[in-house]
Design a protein around this ligand. Sequence first.
Ligand SMILES: NC(=O)c1ccc[n+]([C@@H]2O[C@H](COP(=O)([O-])OP(=O)(O)OC[C@H]3O[C@@H](n4cnc5c(N)ncnc54)[C@H](O)[C@@H]3O)[C@@H](O)[C@H]2O)c1
Length: 271
Amino acid sequence: MGSGIAHLAAQGGYDVLMQDVADEFVQKGLDSIDKFLTKGIERGKVTEEQKDGVLGRIRGTTRIEELGDADFIIEAVFEDLKVKQGVFEKIDGLVAPEVILCTNTSSISITEIAAATKRPDKVAGMHFFNPAQLMKLVEVIRGHYSSDETIETVIDLARRMGKEPIEVKKDAPGFVVNRILMPHFIEAIRIVEEGIATVEDVDTAVKLGLNYPMGPFELMDFTGNDIGYHVMEYLHNELNKELKFAPPNLLKTLVRAGRLGKKTGGGWYDT
Ligand SMILES: NC(=O)c1ccc[n+]([C@@H]2O[C@H](COP(=O)([O-])OP(=O)(O)OC[C@H]3O[C@@H](n4cnc5c(N)ncnc54)[C@H](O)[C@@H]3O)[C@@H](O)[C@H]2O)c1
């Protein structure tokens, strides 16, 4: 996600410093941006000049200290509160006091991440969707202490990066998209569990009956069934064990058995 976000910022005309913990990860990010732009040229959507312009505005580093001159920070490290708090605490001590710090977290509380800093009013969520270059939405999430000025600046930046932002007015689990998406996935799996329709027919029903571009099972395979399972568990725990967020047994068993999931391979159409 970090490289996609760096790409968007550079495309918006900003100079970008992309930091990771090891050279190989920095290089992987730069290579993926290069590959994305090369494909764009092949499809006639990007010119050589634009590609050179974007790549020329992005520099990679493994040294977090080099972020000290940044005017704006967007963090996209592992989805782990302690790791994110560690990064925020360090960056808070490096950059000027007026700099806004954003997190691309998909689920963690913005307020808890901001607690690692001395500027909680200047911390907000900036949730891009995968692949960041293609998906139009950015959820701009207000932490408990985020100021109006911070939220306005983040919304403005999202627009300058070519995105359509929405404001999430409260730091609530799942924000907006995942809060809607998880019950949609869960209900689709329950329909299969109950023998009401097959995986293929549920996808066809949703695509043709609701005019969605992808069926729920195709989308779960694309975004990762293991990740989906963890997001459901997270929402179920955080939102008072509401049944609508409880991961169905079929998903639990297949993920735990290694039959579904990005790391272990396998999709719903093979089950
Ligand atoms: N993958 C998605 O579909 C998606 C969508 C929206 C948001 N997100 C969020 O984006 C964030 C990153 O997700 P991802 O899928 O890109 O993960 P990833 O594991 O592919 O990438 C994370 C990167 O962070 C680096 N990293 C880890 N600790 C670091 C540190 N202390 N300092 C600097 N770099 C560090 C890792 O080396 C790695 O390159 C997470 O918060 C995730 O929830 C992911």
